[in-house]
Ligand binder design. Structure first.
Ligand SMILES: C[S@@+](CC[C@H](N)C(=O)[O-])C[C@H]1O[C@@H](n2cnc3c(N)ncnc32)[C@H](O)[C@@H]1O
Length: 429
C-alpha cells in the first residue's frame, strides 16, 4: 500500500531523532527515523552532487529517488535543480523524516514558495512498484527527468554481493524505464558501495546495458580524505561526463572550498611495483590511497610530475609510495592528495624501536629537522611511543625543517626524507 505525503503538510510527530550533520551549514538539522542516520548521505556530498547534476540539461519531469531514506540527497536536488521531487521509501517513518527534511532545506534556502517544493511528494511504499507509487499521487501521469538510487546494503557485509542491495538495481531500472522521455537518453545516478570490486562494476554495467544498451557512463570515486573512498557512483546517460569514463573527486574539508576533480577518458591501467635500489637524493612521495584506488593516479602525476618516470615502491594499502627524481610541482589544492613528499637524505641501516630512536634523533638534528613523522607500518602499540619520543626530543632544538621516515620496499632499510620548505620552491624541471 503506497501513501503520499507532501512536505508542506508533514508532521514531526513521532520523529525523535533530530541531528546535526557535521558537513552541513550551521542551523541545518535533519530528522531521522528507524536508524536512518548512518544511511544518510552527508550533506556536503549531497550538495556537491546536486550542483554537478545541475550542470546537465534535464528534460521536464520529477527528480525521483526510489529509496530516499532520510531524504538528504533528495532535498539537496530540490534546492539545486528547482525540480519537483518524488521520493519513495519503504519504511513509513523514514518517509515522514524525508518530507520534513525536504521542508527544512526548502526553508533554509528560501524556497518555500517555489513550484518545485509545492509540487514535491514523498511516497511511503515500494520503490520497485511505480504503478503503486503513481496511483498514490494526485496526478496519475508522470515523467521522470532524473533517477537517483542509493540502495541499502547489509551492515558489516564484507562481500557486498549485488543481490544484497535493497531495492535491487535490476528491478528499479526495469520498472521505471517506461517513465523516462523516449526521445533522449535517460539521466540516472547510481550511488553504490565503495567496496564494489572491478568484477562487480562490470556486473552493474551489464544490468544497465540490459535495459539501455551502450548508454553513456562515468564511474566516480569520491573521497573526503584520509585515503578512503567514501562513495562510488555510476553517472549514466544525460548526466554522464562527456569528458570522462572515470572521475575522482576529493571533497575539501570546508563547504567554501572547491573540490579537486580529476577526469580520464582512458581505460583503467594499474601501476606496477618496480624494484630499484635505495638511493640518497631521490624523491619519495606517499600519495592518496583513494586516488590510487580510483585508477586516476597516473593522470594526476602527468600534471604534478610531468616528464618523470617514477618507480612505484607500493601500489596497494594505505600508503602508495612513489620514488622519483624531481620534486612534485604541487598547487595548493594538490596538498590533500599527498601524505608526505621529500628528498632522501639518509639511508637508515637500523630498525627503529625504543633502543634506536635516539639514533634517529641525532641523524635528524644533523639535517636540521624540527619534526619527523613516521610514515611506514609499525606495530600500533609501538608507533605512538616512538612518534612521541621523536616529537619531544626534536622540539625546541636547532631544527627548522620538516621530515619523515619511509620504508624502502625491499629489505628493512628506512629512508629519512626532508620535505621541501616553502622558502625553497621546487626547481623547474
Ligand atoms: C542508503 S538508504 C538511502 C539514504 C538516502 N540517500 C539519504 O540521503 O538519506 C536506502 C533506503 O532504501 C530503503 N529501501 C529498501 N528497499 C526499498 C524499496 N523496495 N523501496 C523503497 N525503499 C527501499 C531503505 O529503507 C533505506 O532507507
Amino acid at each position: 500500500m503506497h501513501r503520499a505525503l507532501q512536505p508542506i503538510d508533514a508532521s514531526t510527530e513521532g520523529l525523535v531523532e533530530l541531528a546535526k550533520d557535521a558537513t552541513a551549514p550551521e542551523g541545518l538539522l535533519f530528522h531521522h527515523a528507524n536508524e536512518g542516520r548512518p544511511l544518510a548521505t552527508p550533506w556536503q556530498i549531497a550538495a556537491l552532487r546536486a550542483q554537478m547534476v545541475s550542470q546537465h540539461e534535464l528534460p521536464p519531469g520529477y527528480v525521483l529517488d526510489c529509496a530516499c531514506g532520510s531524504g538528504i540527497q533528495l532535498a539537496a536536488y530540490g534546492a539545486a535543480l528547482q525540480r519537483p521531487l518524488l521520493g519513495v521509501e519503504l519504511a513509513p517513518e523514514r518517509a515522514q523524516a524525508s518530507a520534513i527534511n525536504v521542508r527544512t532545506v526548502a526553508h533554509h534556502t528560501r524556497n518555500s514558495d517555489q513550484d518545485w517544493y509545492l509540487g514535491t511528494h514523498i511516497v511511503s511504499g515500494d520503490g520497485t512498484d511505480p504503478k503503486g507509487v503513481v496511483a498514490a499521487l494526485p496526478n496519475n501521469e508522470i515523467e521522470v527527468a532524473f533517477l537517483h538510487l542509493d540502495p541499502a546494503r547489509p551492515r558489516n557485509s564484507r562481500t557486498h554481493a549485488l543481490e544484497e542491495m535493497q531495492p535491487p538495481l535490476h528491478l528499479v531500472l526495469a520498472s521505471w524505464a517506461p517513465y523516462f522521455d523516449k526521445n533522449q537518453p535517460p539521466s540516472l545516478l547510481l550511488d553504490l558501495s565503495p567496496r564494489l570490486t572491478g568484477a562487480q562494476r562490470i556486473e552493474v554495467e551489464s544490468i544497465v546495458d540490459a535495459i539501455w544498451p551502450d548508454i553513456a557512463r562515468t564511474w566516480e570515486w569520491t573521497s573526503r580524505g584520509r585515503g578512503r573512498v567514501d562513495r562510488l557512483a555510476l553517472w549514466l546517460g544525460g548526466v554522464a561526463d562527456a569528458n570522462a569514463a572515470r572521475r575522482f573527486i576529493r571533497v575539501p574539508a570546508s563547504l567554501a572550498d572547491a573540490p579537486i576533480v580529476l577526469r580520464s577518458k582512458g581505460l583503467l591501467t594499474a601501476p606496477e611495483v618496480r624494484y630499484h635500489p635505495p638511493k640518497r637524493g631521490e624523491q619519495v612521495s606517499i600519495l592518496d590511497a583513494a586516488l590510487m584506488e580510483s585508477g586516476l593516479m597516473e593522470e594526476w602525476l602527468h600534471r604534478v610530475a610531468p616528464m618523470q618516470q617514477g618507480r612505484w615502491a607500493a601500489v596497494e594499502g594505505r600508503r602508495p609510495q612513489l620514488h622519483h627524481d624531481h620534486p612534485l610541482q604541487l598547487e595548493v589544492q594538490d596538498q590533500g592528495l599527498v601524505q608526505a613528499t621529500g628528498r632522501v637524505v639518509e639511508l637508515l641501516k637500523f630498525s627503529l624501536d625504543e633502543t634506536t630512536v635516539d639514533q634517529l634523533v641525532s641523524v635528524s638534528l644533523e639535517h636540521r629537522l624540527a619534526s619527523v613523522k613516521l610514515r611506514f607500518d609499525i606495530d600500533p602499540a609501538l608507533q605512538p611511543k616512538l612518534q612521541g619520543s621523536l616529537d619531544r626530543q626534536l622540539k625546541r632544538r636547532h631544527g627548522d625543517r620538516e621530515g619523515f621516515v619511509a620504508q624502502h620496499p625491499h629489505g628493512d632499510l628506512l629512508l629519512l626524507c626532508v620535505c621541501p620548505s616553502e622558502a625553497e620552491p621546487s626547481p623547474p624541471i
